[in-house]
Design a protein around this ligand. Structure first.
Ligand code: ASP
Length: 363
C-alpha cells in the first residue's frame, strides 16, 4: 500500500498538469503557423495579396494578349507592395502604393478606367483601414481626384472623419495637395462602350422586370463582367500590422449618387490586427447587406475559425442573398486567402520569400 501512494500521487500530478497546460488549439498564438502554401515553414514575416475584381471572367472570352496584360499589371502592382514590406515599410504604405498602380491602369475599374454612371460620368469610391489602430478613411463619389485611395488615406491620417463624399471630399483632396485631374481623365472608350451596351439591354428589358436585381439577371456574361473590376489589397508587415484597402468606379450604369461597398468600412474593407485584413469585390449592394469584410473578421474573432472557413461562410451568405463576388484577405499569421463565387477573380499573392502566384480563373 505504502508503495502505491507515491505512484497515485505522481499520476494525479500528471493529470493536473495536463489540465493546466494550455491547449494549443485554444491558444493559436502558441503554435507555429504554416505558411500559405502549407509547406511546413514557419509564420511568414510579411505577406501581400491583391485583387483586380471578380466577375464572369472566362478563359474563352480572353485573348492571350489581354490575359498577359492583366497578369503583367497584377505582377507590377504586387511587386511594389512587396518591396515596401521587404524594406520594412508599413502594410498601410504597401496597400496604398500597390493600389495606386492598379488605379493608374485602364485595365481595372478604379482610377483611370473606372466605369461610367448612367449620366456618363465617373464617380469613384475608396477606403483604407489600419489593423493596428482600427483607424479608417474613405471617400465616395469623387470625380476629380486621380487616386481615390490616396484620398481615403488622407481622410484617415489628416482629418477627424472616416468618410467624405462628393464636392467636400474633392475640396479636402485639393487642400491636402493630392493630384487633381479633369473629370475627363477617367474617360476610356472601352468603359463607355460597356455603358452603351448595358443601356441598350436595359431599354430592351424595360417593363419586363421591376427592379435592378431582377434586371441584372438579364445581363450576358460580357455585360455582367463589365460591371465589376474593383481593385483591392490586404497586407501584413514585419511589425505584425495588418492593413486593407479598396478602390473602385462602382458599377456601370449606377444612378442617383449610388455608393457601393468599396468605401464602406466593414463591407468593402476591414482590418484588425487581432484577426485579419480583407478587401472585397463584387455586387456592392449585397456586400453591404452582408457586411462581408467585418463579418469575416468577426467570425474568426468570436468563433475562433480560420480565415478560409470564415471567408467561405460569408460568401455563401452573399450567394444566399442573391449576390456574387469575392474577397482577398490575409490573417495575422500571414495566411492568405482569395475566395470568390464568380467564374473568376484577378488576383495575386506574394510571400516573404518572394514567391509570386497569379490567378484569373476559378482553377
Ligand atoms: N463592389 C463594387 C461596387 O459594388 C464593384 C466591384 O467590385 O467591381 O461598387
Amino acid at each position: 500500500m505504502k508503495k502505491l501512494i507515491p505512484f497515485v500521487f505522481t499520476l494525479c500530478l500528471v493529470f493536473a498538469c495536463g489540465e493546466l497546460l494550455p491547449n494549443p488549439d485554444e491558444h493559436p498564438e502558441n503554435i507555429t503557423r504554416e505558411n500559405p502554401e502549407g509547406n511546413g515553414q514557419s509564420k511568414p514575416e510579411f505577406a501581400i495579396i491583391i485583387h483586380g475584381g471578380a466577375g464572369t471572367i472566362l478563359k474563352k472570352n480572353m485573348t492571350p494578349e489581354n490575359e498577359a496584360a492583366y497578369k503583367a499589371k497584377l505582377e507590377e502592382a504586387i511587386r511594389v507592395g512587396y518591396n515596401v514590406l521587404k524594406n520594412g515599410g508599413s502594410s498601410l504604405d504597401a496597400v496604398t502604393k500597390t493600389i495606386n498602380v492598379m488605379e493608374d491602369s485602364p485595365l481595372f475599374n478604379a482610377g483611370k478606367g473606372a466605369v461610367f454612371t448612367n449620366a456618363e460620368t465617373n464617380e469613384l469610391d475608396a477606403s483604407i483601414m489600419d489593423g493596428k489602430t482600427l483607424n479608417a478613411g474613405a471617400s465616395a463619389g469623387t470625380t476629380t481626384v486621380r487616386n481615390p485611395i490616396d484620398l481615403a488615406r488622407a481622410v484617415m491620417d489628416k482629418s477627424k472623419h472616416v468618410m467624405l463624399s462628393g464636392k467636400g471630399a474633392e475640396i479636402f483632396a485639393e487642400e491636402q495637395g493630392l493630384t487633381i485631374v479633369e473629370p475627363e481623365y477617367f474617360y476610356t472608350e472601352r468603359r463607355l462602350e460597356s455603358l452603351k451596351r448595358v443601356k441598350e439591354r436595359e431599354a430592351k428589358t424595360a417593363g419586363k422586370v421591376d427592379n435592378e436585381s431582377a434586371y441584372i439577371d438579364f445581363y450576358d456574361a460580357d455585360i455582367k463582367n463589365a460591371k465589376f473590376g474593383t481593385v483591392g489589397c490586404a497586407a501584413l508587415d514585419k511589425n505584425g500590422n495588418l492593413a486593407a484597402g479598396t478602390s473602385t468606379g462602382g458599377m456601370t450604369n449606377k444612378r442617383y449618387g449610388r455608393v457601393g461597398d468599396a468605401p464602406i468600412i466593414g463591407s468593402g474593407t476591414y482590418a484588425n490586427n487581432a484577426t485579419c485584413a480583407v478587401s472585397s469585390t463584387g455586387w456592392g449592394e449585397y456586400f453591404i447587406r452582408a457586411q462581408v469584410a467585418h463579418d469575416i473578421s468577426a467570425l474568426m474573432d468570436y468563433k475562433g475559425i480560420s480565415l478560409k472557413e470564415a471567408s467561405k461562410i460569408v460568401l455563401d451568405k452573399v450567394a444566399d442573398l442573391g449576390g456574387d463576388g469575392g474577397i482577398v484577405a490575409v490573417d495575422k499569421n500571414g495566411n492568405m486567402v482569395a475566395e470568390f463565387n464568380t467564374a473568376g477573380m484577378y488576383r495575386a499573392t506574394m510571400n516573404d520569400k518572394g514567391k509570386l502566384t497569379i490567378g484569373i480563373y476559378e482553377k
